[in-house]
Design a protein around this ligand. Structure first.
Ligand code: GLU
Length: 432
């Protein structure tokens, strides 16, 4: 069966193998030495299954795809407000290496342009540049699920020709946005950009973001959902250099590209994509990389703003096992809107029952908003002189012992029995 998906990927790669437009980046001399024909693509499902096509094992330097990951590390170590004090989140509309900051705040406009990325490096708490780089290297490696190594030649080449980045570093220092020595910070920045990855590494790193910070292959939590949410947000608005608008319209996935020819794209909750082809368009994005992501999005329906269908009903069934007792059976993932639907229906029907039983035994996942709404249902019913019970064998709604009142049951039959007793006590004459 996996062959079916493989065929899709191979066909999409085949469609674009003839797109030989674009040029190698040459402002970092070593980048102009790579084979222009290299072309690999990889996809990781959210549960860690990897599909590969073409040169998926070919290594190249991560370059700017490093930026969201260092930003995530800074958020992880310092929290959002400390990071926000030094780096904005607005698209710049300028080239990635523009020597600029926001006019009013003097902050780099976002962490996906060089100014913001260099500031992000300086925020990683460490005793010195080597320790800082080691933290960055470990962090990226935990996303990729293997140790990522430095490309010494690209690092040396970038360091030798990095006048523009030095200008940015010193500018940031003059505005009070860089506390450490700019050359030391830049040295770490050049090293992070020179880490070697494959398209499969990028797919795995993307899938880890797609899973809210859990690497699906190693099972390790390497970041938190909040950090990932912020990182993906900035990737949406600023990840594709100044082509972010085109990208969101045509592809619709948070993404980041690098002048090494790589692109990582993420479909939250579902998958990570990595593409490599070093021929770049005039914005600095891989020509084939953009085309492949566009085709994948169109052909596999991956645009994150696709409104595929009306949201599926959360209520699977509503029935009355005995007179006066009504069971609300829910299923799927319960988020705010689903829980709201359950509460609203039960409220509308409240004159038709004395005891409501909410059965969440088929719910896969629930978020805090839905949990709060549903756990308030019993109390609301009690306030109306009725009773509300919960069938929650796996504790999806009620988690802590503190929350655990006598209202939770393992099976609907147990809850119905209890409800029957309640009816006999509270409605001795007529249950209705
Ligand atoms: N190391 C590169 C630079 O700073 C990264 C640029 C990129 O990939 O956009 O110029």
């Amino acid at each position: 069966m996996a062959k079916l998906v493989q065929r899709y990927l191979d066909r999409i790669r085949e469609e674009h193998v003839g797109d030989t437009g674009g040029a190698l980046a040459d402002y970092i001399p070593e980048l102009a030495c790579v084979d222009p024909d290299g072309f690999g693509m990889s996809l990781s499902s959210a549960d860690g299954f990897i599909y590969e096509s073409g040169d998926a094992a070919l290594e190249f330097t991560i370059q700017s795809i490093s930026k969201p990951f260092t930003y995530a590390l800074a958020l992880d170590r310092l929290g959002a407000s400390a990071v926000d004090a030094k780096i904005g989140v607005e698209p710049s509309g300028e080239a990635f290496n523009e020597i600029s900051v926001d006019r009013a705040t003097k902050k780099p406009k976002n962490p996906m342009i060089n100014a913001g990325a260099i500031a992000a490096v300086s925020l990683i708490p460490a005793a010195g540049p080597d320790e800082r780089f080691a933290l960055i290297q470990d962090f990226y490696s935990s996303f990729a699920g293997r140790r990522l190594e430095l490309d010494d030649q690209v690092y040396a080449s970038e360091k030798a020709t990095g006048s523009r980045n030095r200008a940015i570093g010193y500018m940031l220092q003059s505005f009070g946005m860089l506390d450490d020595d700019p050359d030391e910070v830049l040295d770490v920045y050049y090293r992070q950009c020179s880490l070697r990855v494959t398209s499969t590494d990028l797919a795995k790193m993307g899938a880890t973001l797609a899973r809210g910070g859990v690497n699906p292959q190693t099972g390790r939590r390497v970041s938190t959902p909040d950090v990932v949410k912020r990182t993906l947000s900035v990737m949406v608005t600023c990840g594709m250099y100044d082509a972010a608008g085109d990208w969101v319209s045509a592809v619709g996935m948070p993404a980041k590209s690098g002048v090494g020819g790589g692109i990582v794209a993420v479909l939250p909750g579902q998958l990570g994509i990595g593409v490599y082809s070093p021929l770049l368009d005039d914005k600095g994005n891989s020509v084939r990389g953009v085309q492949v992501c566009r085709s994948l999005s169109e052909q596999l329906g991956l645009h994150f703003l696709t409104v595929a269908r009306d949201s599926r009903a959360t209520l699977r069934a509503v029935y009355e096992p005995r007179e006066g007792i009504r069971v609300y059976e829910t299923h799927g993932d319960l988020l705010f809107c689903g829980a709201e639907q359950v509460v609203r229906v039960a409220d509308r029907e409240r004159d038709d029952f004395e005891v409501a039983i909410l059965d969440v035994s088929r719910v896969d996942d629930i978020d805090d908003a839905a949990r709060a709404l549903l756990s308030g249902m019993s109390a609301a019913l009690r306030a109306q002189g009725k009773a509300g019970y919960l069938v929650d064998p796996d504790g999806v709604v009620i988690r802590s012992e503190k929350e655990l009142e006598a209202v939770r049951f393992r099976t609907v039959a147990d809850a119905v029995e209890e409800a029957q007793g309640w009816l006999e006590q509270n409605r001795p004459v007529s249950p209705r």
